[in-house]
Design a protein around this ligand. Structure first.
Ligand code: SF4
Length: 685
């Protein structure tokens, strides 16, 4: 007897079945249709992994090693320290860091715990590093942020799909099954497997200089206007802002854009011609467009192009952002973001505060205001006026945050670091208290996939003895802090989440465990128990009060860190097929680690030769902030000015040691995709 559930990793949330032995097999589900990638096939390996954390650990003094203690001792110590810090330094001396892989229930209860039990404004999560710029761009253009405003099965009939900074062949391979009939246009500085697929489909691979995709999109918008490709009826009926947007785009004719982004003007025109000439076409963006200090404007530039061509809200066509983490969509809707309350409400909106306060049974005036974003929160740790304690759930910021060396210094400056995890990841090993928690197949909950579809994750196995769920940990800590209203039962938490979300942009009021267990496909917004959910949005109107989508003028910014004589190369970071996020899980799965056991740096052979390096040798990739150890892979298709690092590895191989913590002014997204670096040969390893 197997239990139907979903893969623990990415936002495609492939349907799986878990056997009593823990073996994972695929099942039929619309996103994966019986397929899985290597990560999904091997997900059961971690359930009984020998490194599994099964007892709380406590470091009695800073220099002392972690040692096993009882749950009572661990939670008692944490509560005592939190009470002391709050009494001495105020509620904002305690901070919380969440994750985009946490279930909806955990995301919700963690946000409530921070604001009610701790009374702190200092909560944010690793989704800030993931999709925050796409979220701001989506809200700005459409009045609401849902990754895809249509089911992925709509892509089955696409004729042309433009993928901007999306390497789906490696990050979510089953998605390619929905793109099989389409010509692809792939925008990526690397010749990824997805780019190869584009070429094989008769489409195009556009290979811009890292950090210049915004200019490329402007050049393509210019080409659309100049070549008479605008959908003027659609623009007139359903949008505003074309005139102001054109005032900027007019300066970026394709030949001028080519000089900046390196993509041939003829290829820009050809790509626009492919999109404009098809009936069913989509523009999809992902981390390559988003993870910039100008990520909001870059995503906006792609939205502007898709609006100019009349795609969003048209049956058989559309614009979407491909969410990354398993609950990347739900994780940003329920209140673990520094600036949001449940239901995707703004924390600075009086009506939203009043509604949430009434659900929580507290005074709206007592709810904290917006706190620091993830990068700013990590940077403030242990500084005067900054948090002195940090509680981490579902995240490994020592590997996933930018400028990782500085993050390590800030964590070391804390008086208390508490990490809830099921494996000893890098951040857990640096903690003062480690709380061993259940993982995906050992607990109930819901997630919201890249389509805005809410899914049931089911308990297939008992957790190991000594392990608690995150909800039990949050509930237990709240009780020790004297707070009530923190149930540990997932369905009770979900029912409260539904009430909190009611009337908000992400309305879950009509979604229940009973309806999901009955097999209903429910996409938010779903405002009532008889509502069928909303698989397709924007068909008649966008979410702005006038029903129109906004084209927004965006200007290319100055590069956050341009290459120079000392650091002449652009390092860009990304993902590989067999590893997930900071790699804590997939690095421990033998079949996956055997395929990519260590970090590497992709380099053009000429660039490697100039640095005195050959394929297979170890190199240091050095930026102004630190260095990464990586094995050289010579890749002739890479730009000679670019190197690529996967970000899945820790220690000396942490790619984020070189990345730039410069932030997008609107979303606070860090500059993960461009850092000025040099390559140095090394005899290490
Ligand atoms: Fe599917 Fe993503 Fe899991 Fe791979 S990692 S099996 S694509 S959900």
């Amino acid at each position: 007897m197997t239990t139907p559930t979903h893969c623990p990793y990415c936002a495609l949330q492939c349907g799986t079945a878990v056997a009593p032995s823990g073996e994972v097999t695929p099942r039929q589900f619309p996103t994966n249709r019986g397929g899985l990638c290597q990560k999904g096939w091997t997900a059961g390996s971690l359930l009984g992994h020998p490194e599994r954390l099964t007892t709380p650990l406590l470091r009695p003094a800073r220099a002392a090693p972690l040692g096993p203690v009882s749950w009572d001792a661990a939670l008692g110590h944490v509560a005592q320290q939190l009470v002391r810090l709050r009494a001495t330094h105020g509620p904002d001396s305690v901070a919380v860091f969440g994750g985009g892989g946490l279930t909806n229930e955990k995301s919700y209860l963690l946000g409530k715990f921070a604001r009610v039990a701790l009374g702190t404004s200092q909560i944010d999560y690793n989704g800030r590093f993931c999709m925050s710029s796409a979220a701001v761009a989506g809200n700005r253009a459409f009045g609401i942020d849902r990754g895809l405003s249509f089911p992925v099965t709509d892509l089955d009939d696409a004729e042309v799909v433009l993928l901007a900074g999306a390497n789906v062949a490696e990050t979510m391979p089953p998605l390619l099954g929905h793109l099989g009939g389409a010509q692809l246009v792939v925008v990526d500085p690397r010749r990824t497997p997805t780019a190869e697929r584009a070429i094989a489909s008769g489409g195009l691979h556009l290979q811009p200089v890292p950090g210049t995709d915004l200019v490329l999109a402007l050049g393509m918008l210019h080409a659309a206007v100049a070549d008479g490709r605008l959908d003027t009826d659609y623009l007139t009926a359903r949008t505003s802002g074309l005139e102001e947007t054109w005032r900027v785009a007019a300066r970026w004719w394709p030949e001028r854009a080519e000089r900046v982004c390196g993509v041939a003007a003829a290829d820009m025109r050809a790509a626009v011609g492919l999109l404009a000439g098809a009936q069913r076409r989509y523009v999809l963006t992902a981390r390559g467009a988003e993870q910039h200090a100008h990520g909001v404007d870059t995503v906006t530039a792609w939205i502007n192009l898709s609006l100019a061509l009349g795609l969003p809200g048209r049956p058989g066509s559309g614009f979407g952002t491909i969410t990354g983490q398993g609950n990347g969509q739900g994780g940003r809707e329920h209140g673990q973001k520094a600036d949001q309350l449940p239901g995707y409400r703004r924390i600075d909106d009086p009506a939203s505060r009043a509604h949430i306060a009434s659900v929580w049974g507290v005074d709206a005036a007592a709810l904290p205001g917006p706190g620091r974003s993830a990068t700013e929160l990590l940077d403030a740790l242990g500084r005067p006026g900054g948090p002195r304690a940090l509680l981490v759930f579902g995240s490994n910021p020592l590997v996933s945050a930018p400028d990782a060396t500085a993050v390590a210094q800030r964590l070391a400056a804390l008086e208390l670091l508490v990490v809830a995890d099921f494996l000893p990841g890098e951040t857990a090993l640096a903690a003062d208290v480690v709380l061993p928690v259940a993982q995906w197949a050992e607990e109930e909950g819901t997630l919201t996939n890249l389509e805005g579809r809410v899914l049931r994750r089911r308990r297939a196995l008992d957790p190991p003895p000594g392990v608690r769920t995150d909800l039990e940990v949050i509930s237990g800590l709240a009780r020790r802090l004297g707070a009530s209203g923190f149930p540990a039962e997932p369905e009770r938490v979900f029912d409260e989440l539904r009430a909190a979300s009611a009337g908000g942009p992400a309305d879950y009021a009509g979604i229940s465990y009973a309806r999901l267990d009955a097999g209903e496909a429910l996409h938010w917004p779903c405002p009532g128990p008889d509502h069928p959910g909303t698989p397709r949005m924007f068909l008649s109107r966008f979410a702005h009060s006038d029903g129109r989508a906004r084209l927004v003028p965006v200007d290319p910014p100055a590069a956050a860190e341009p290459p120079d004589a000392e650091f002449p190369l652009r390092a860009t970071t990304g993902r590989v097929l067999v590893h997930y996020q900071s790699g804590v899980q997939t690095r421990r799965i033998d079949e996956l680690a055997a395929i990519v056991p260590e970090s590497f740096v992709e380099v053009h052979p000429d660039t490697a030769a100039r640095a005195g390096l050959a394929d297979g040798e170890w190199a240091r990739v050095v930026s102004r902030r630190g260095s990464v150890l990586a094995r050289v892979r010579c890749v002739p298709s890479l730009r000679i000015d670019t190197v690529f690092l996967p970000f899945h590895f820790g220690g000396e191989q942490t790619a984020n040691r070189v990345t730039n913590p410069a932030l997008d002014p609107l979303s606070r997204m860090p500059e993960f995709k461009v850092a000025a670096v040099q390559l140095i040969p090394t005899r290490e390893c």
